[in-house]
Design a protein. Structure first.
Length: 382
């Protein structure tokens, strides 16, 4: 009986260890006199920060998100830009049109209406966000929990590295993914913001599958969702971990589809990339997702390829692929700059196409695919 229990216990230990792919003999069954094998855990799917965030999430015991009501809010816009499309869009979506628009450094209202606490949308360009947080006035600091940070799309990009620097990338902080709605110039009558999300079919349960949705998380998620859905713009709500996956999914579209199309000889739309350059785009996307898992412990949810290609085909027919030097650090940020294929294309764009001349890139030996020889498919079939 003792032998059977001993065998089962050692077998179970070996099973657990092999699940992590560690070649090691448990100390309980090592041969006497032989040195102990030193090992290291190669868990590329995780890191310390991700584990801490998940432990905090479990410790919170939260099962549901508390939904706050929308109302008069503060919108912080750039003092250096004559106009801000994203700030205008958020203000336009308020049916009462009574938001307070401020610039950094202005004194915040003690209260708005009957509320002492209210959403503060930080609608600044990503180039100004670090300086804003670094020089935040003392009277703004108690309001940090009310900040709503904007990410995603060509106007906002990826701001996670900046927020992490100050400890603001966390569950309680409100964040808004902005890639799912248009930002027309509302000041000159160009129309109101409209929804960009689209149906891409049905799932096994017969429910509609959506791509390109606006998304939000954090303290003021309910107020943000109400503001957008009142204007017929779908807005997905969830915890920070879920929102983060959606944010990096949109970031993958902004980086990969634009670089694949920008290196063509003729102007190429993001829809063209989805339709005619599917294979190389897909290869690059999978490299990107692998780096997201290894560097940030972020795994995009199942079906991300279908959503990205479906969204690109449905909503980006007239959107030309481009690489902006001004937005480069917020589109091709780490870990996107770790992907071999993406880095090859960036070097090709710089050396052969004369793009991003003032950007320093990791050097590599590139051999562009044959599909680079034309604007559509290399075999001439449209």
């Amino acid at each position: 009986m003792k032998f059977i229990l001993y065998f089962l216990s050692t077998s179970f230990a070996i099973q657990r260890i092999s699940a992590f792919s560690i070649a090691v003999v448990p100390s309980s069954i090592q041969t006497a006199g032989k040195p102990r094998v030193e090992t290291s855990l190669r868990a590329t799917w995780s890191n310390g920060q991700a584990i801490k965030e998940y432990q905090d999430f479990l410790a919170s015991g939260k099962q549901e998100i508390k939904l706050e009501k929308d109302g008069t809010s503060v919108i912080v816009r750039s003092a250096t830009q004559q106009d801000s499309l994203i700030a205008n869009a958020i203000a336009y979506l308020n049916p009462k049109k009574d938001d307070v628009v401020l610039t950094p450094g202005t004194t915040l209202p003690q209260s708005l209406g009957d509320r002492d606490s209210y959403p503060i949308y930080i609608a600044l360009p990503p180039q100004e966000l670090n300086d804003f947080l670094q020089t935040l006035p003392d009277d703004w600091k108690p309001r940090l929990g009310d900040f709503v940070f904007l990410s995603g799309g060509p106007l906002c990009g990826v701001i996670e590295p900046i927020l992490k620097k100050y400890g603001y990338a966390r569950d309680t902080m409100t964040q808004l993914l902005c890639g799912g709605f248009t930002t027309p110039d509302t000041n000159i009558g160009k129309g109101k913001p409209r929804d960009l999300s689209c149906k891409i079919g049905t799932d096994a349960k017969g429910e509609s599958k959506w791509a390109g949705e606006t998304a939000t998380c954090g303290k003021w998620a309910g107020a943000v969702q109400e503001r957008f859905e009142t204007n017929d713009i779908r807005c997905k709500i969830g915890f920070y971990r879920e929102w983060r996956r959606l944010m990096w999914e949109r970031a993958s579209l902004d980086a990969v589809f634009n670089i694949v199309g920008a290196v063509r000889d003729e102007p190429t739309s993001i829809k063209d990339v989805a339709v005619y350059y599917e294979q190389e785009t897909s290869d690059m996307l999978w490299q990107v997702t692998s780096n997201l898992r290894g560097w940030l412990a972020v795994t995009l949810t199942y079906g991300f390829e279908e959503r990205l290609f479906g969204f690109a085909e449905a909503r980006f027919a007239g959107v030309q692929c481009e690489i902006s030097e001004e937005m480069f650090p917020y589109v091709f940020c780490a870990p996107f700059d770790k992907g071999n294929k993406l880095v090859e294309y960036l070097n090709y764009a710089k050396d052969r196409k004369g793009l991003i001349q003032n950007i320093e890139l990791p050097k590599c030996d590139y051999s562009p695919s044959k599909m680079l020889q034309g604007n559509l498919r290399s075999d001439g079939v449209v």
